[in-house]
Ligand binder design. Structure first.
Ligand code: NDP
Length: 281
């Protein structure tokens, strides 16, 4: 039931109708008995700034931000967490009562939570990690991996300049490489993360010589439709442990929920099953 005290939060994107976040957050709210609601906002391609400015002063508690607004979200904020700053993107905005906007990034937290759950023997400080892709998701992943203690992160990208820009921003532990030279990075890595959009839409997915990875190298795909992508299938065929993008999505939603509603999501809700149902699996 919506009351006079209902705390409102939501997700902003363009498009936003595919977002799974409302399902997850509202299931958690119901189970926890919290007087809150989580709704989608679709401001159109050019309406993000107007929407955010309208929420200043705490009209609602906060929003998650998805494509294509994450970089703009960071710029519109008055205060930024270190992780959001280093990721150069925000997926979470909180509207403080004093009118200020706080930007955070929980995507990196989600990535690390997914590894902790699905590959518990792995840890970032064990050795180099390869991140494939150099867009917003890749940069957030590199920032999170370095924060978690990774000694070296190879950023392998089709367009080398974008990988070099990440190295420039995040420091000498980041080694940029062109996609064609991926083998050298894969051979040394304790984990490989696909942060490209190669599998989106009609894309054929990422073609990478995963056989070059050492035994036990964890393979992760941020893309999660289907949950076990052809890239993860290839990894499974080689006997490599896998981590999926759906767990990352859930992993970023959990700290977001706590930021909005002041409590960690109740463990008894099987949000993974809800999400799988939403994507028809
Ligand atoms: P961007 O558009 O910012 O970046 C896309 C990257 O993919 C670029 O580095 C691009 O290379 C590369 N790329 C695209 N097509 C190909 C191809 N055919 N072969 C090789 N490389 C290719 O996207 P984002 O960083 O925002 O998102 C990347 C992926 O991560 C998406 O699939 C997104 O859905 C997913 N994601 C998942 C999340 C989760 O919670 N599971 C959270 C955030 C993102 P180039 O620079 O050469 O163009």
């Amino acid at each position: 039931m919506i009351t006079g005290k209902t705390v409102v939060a939501g997700v902003v994107g363009h498009p936003v109708s595919h977002s799974m976040s409302p399902r997850l957050h509202n299931a958690w709210l119901a189970a926890a008995g919290i007087d809150g609601v989580y709704v989608p906002f679709a401001p159109g391609a050019h309406g993000f700034q107007r929407l955010v400015e309208g929420f200043r002063g705490g009209a609602i508690r906060g929003v998650n931000v998805t494509l294509p607004f994450k970089e703009q979200a960071l710029k519109l904020a008055d205060r930024r967490t270190d992780l959001a700053e280093r990721a150069a993107a925000a997926n979470l905005l909180l509207f403080e009562p004093d009118g200020r906007i706080l930007a955070d990034n929980t995507d990196g937290v989600g990535l690390m939570r997914a590894f902790a759950l699905q590959a518990p023997k792995w840890s970032a400080d064990r050795g180099p990690v390869t991140v494939v892709g150099a867009g917003g998701a890749a940069r957030g992943a590199v920032a999170a991996l370095l924060a978690a203690g990774a000694p070296k992160v190879f950023v392998v990208n089709r367009t080398l300049e974008k990988a070099e820009a990440i190295a420039q921003a995040l420091g000498p532990q980041v080694k940029p490489l062109p996609l064609l030279h991926a083998v050298g990075a894969l051979r040394d890595s304790t984990a490989v993360i696909n942060a490209t959009s190669a599998g989106v839409g009609a894309g054929t997915g990422l073609d990478l010589p995963l056989e070059a990875t050492p035994d036990g190298c964890v393979v992760m795909d941020m893309f999660y439709k289907p949950v076990v992508t052809p890239f993860l299938e290839q990894a499974q065929g080689l006997g490599r442990p896998i981590v999926d993008g759906l767990q990352m999505l859930i992993g970023q939603a959990e700290p977001s929920f706590e930021a909005f509603f002041g409590a960690w999501p109740p463990a008894e809700v099987d949000v993974r099953a809800l999400a799988l149902e939403a994507i028809g699996q």
